[in-house]
Design a protein around this ligand. Sequence first.
Ligand SMILES: *Cc1c(COP(=O)(O)O)cnc(C)c1O
Length: 399
Amino acid sequence: MKQFHKSFTQQEAIPQAGIGRAVEVLQSGRLHRYNTVPGDVGETALLEQEYSAYQGADFCLAVASGGQAIQIALRAAGIEPGSKILANAYTLAPVPGAIHAVGAAPVFVEIGDDWLTDTDDLRRKAEESGAKFFMLSHMRGHIADMDAIRSICDEFSIILIEDCAHTMGAAWKGIKSGNFGKVACFSTQTYKHMNSGEGGLLTTDDAEIAARATILSGSYMLYERHGASPPPEAFETIRLETPNCSARLDNLRAAILRAQLPLLDDNIRRWNERYRTLEDSLRNIAAIRTVERPQHEAYVGSSIQFHLDGVAVDRIPAFIEACLARGVELKWFGPEDPVAFTSRYDSWRYIDNIPHLPKTLKALSTTCDMRVPLTFDTADCRDIAEIIGQEAEKAAAKH
Ligand SMILES: *Cc1c(COP(=O)(O)O)cnc(C)c1O
């Protein structure tokens, strides 16, 4: 029986240029983003300049994590304690965490079998709740029908905020993910598309939101040292009315990220090569259902999802374990109790009135998920799919 030996948590090394620059930052001792010599632009400000250019957004702010980017984006966009905020129920725990941290109340929206926001439910909940914000998480890189989402947001005057933790570099109808809403949030945590251990980026074209976000991130009165922020006039009143929530990025991590940004588009190509190899093989397994991705989506295949339809739900844990025993690490979104990084919306019990979302629960009950590290090659992907296929067939035969 085939065994897989590579690690699902192994990232590629930081590019040599990044290591070199990081060492220089360490030698300088100037790690804090505002600890610069006069006339010098620090690594964090340069990262902001470069990422705003990559994203095609007027303003970019570097922060301590993706979750902090979301929290800051929500506040900067006008969320106050008690505000209602629409949010697709399929996401990672830092998203409801950020909503909770700003004192807002999530109104969860159903997802479909394709892991995309159910736009009919979005429209219904927008109408029923009167919420004026939509925190859209492009969870696992799946980008919903953005024309429909934009038209619902326009109709109900809803401010759209995008969580692009899994769509950095992705696009829909040729428009980069993150450029559909008022603000976009990105993560540079180790498992995302650029790796600085922890880190986050926020982009927007709105000068007022950018100014508020900058002060919220902990800029003190040093906001003029930012790389892609609005002119000082934009800060005139905001600087005195906005709290400092201390969530800055530092020059060391920025240096590591700057060296990765020029490689991002090629890495996306490499991810998708691996993704398509996996998808092509998984498609042929009887017990597994893959979902055709919408034509308009230019995704980043840094993870893959499939439905294990041919196996009874109570046998899925045994299937996951059998794959793991052969070296293939899968996650399952079905269980009530959160496991490692993976959790279902109804396990976030700090939220009041968690709704029953039958479509979401049904979709997640068969959803398996796998990371696709760039340290795997396409031959590895074929081996992995073979193991998954054999174990799926075994599990399917048992009922
Ligand atoms: C990782 C992630 C975040 C938060 O990022 P951190 O940098 O870990 O705080 C938010 N949303 C989704 C969907 C994520 O996967």
